[in-house]
Design a protein. Structure first.
Length: 206
């Protein structure tokens, strides 16, 4: 997993509340277990018309927002089903940080496990950031180490809270597999001891 330290990039405003995971990535895309190739389907029902052409009114189809790495949105983002494909699609599009007043719990947890930083800020601050994202082409900066969102003017920051362990994992690019592999020496030691004590458990193993 790619570490998240400090992100500087374009922020796209999406002033919609209760965006569920089916809106983020429709269920028909859940057949794949690959984490790549889903960016094209991100917000599919909002980004495309029925004939498959782009909806020019949708923010991610507009100019600089096509390459947004930060999404600023409304309350309860990621509600609905628990599909991990939702953060996969965001990440494949290029979104590394989502800022909102609140998130659905499972989606919030899935973001950390996939290298996306979900930032919770008070609604009034989120509305300020949305307005600035729409009005300026200056980049936003999200600093995980300092736990700050630096506004485009650079004159003011909004601070946010993050669980220390999740922060550590993001800063070091550690997902669940990575955390397990950090204990590889102890795992190998245990297996060696177990093989000596109970070799029948390993008969036929590759």
């Amino acid at each position: 997993m790619e570490p998240f330290t400090k992100l500087e990039g374009t922020a796209a405003p999406l002033p919609i509340v209760n965006v569920d995971t089916d809106k983020i990535i429709p269920a028909k895309w859940l057949k794949t277990i690959k984490r790549t190739g889903l960016g094209v389907a991100l917000f599919e029902t909002l980004r495309y018309r029925e004939d498959g052409s782009e909806n020019p009114d949708f923010v991610l189809n507009q100019g600089r927002f096509r390459h947004a790495s930060i999404l600023i949105t409304g309350e309860n983002f990621g509600c609905g089903s628990s599909r991990e494909h939702a953060p996969w699609a965001l990440l494949d599009f290029g979104i590394r940080c989502v800022i909102a007043p609140s998130f659905a719990d499972i989606f919030y947890n899935n973001c950390f496990k996939n290298g996306i930083l979900p930032v919770v800020l008070p609604k009034e601050q989120v509305l300020i950031l949305m307005r600035e994202a729409a009005e300026t082409d200056r980049p936003f900066t999200v600093d995980l180490e300092k736990q700050e969102v630096i506004r485009p003017t650079g004159n003011e920051v909004f601070t946010f809270e993050t669980d220390p362990w999740r922060k550590h994992c993001l800063l070091n690019g550690l997902d669940d597999v990575g955390i397990t592999m950090k204990r590889r020496a102890r795992i190998d030691e245990f297996e060696g001891r177990q093989k000596a004590q109970a070799p029948w458990l390993y008969r036929g193993a590759a």
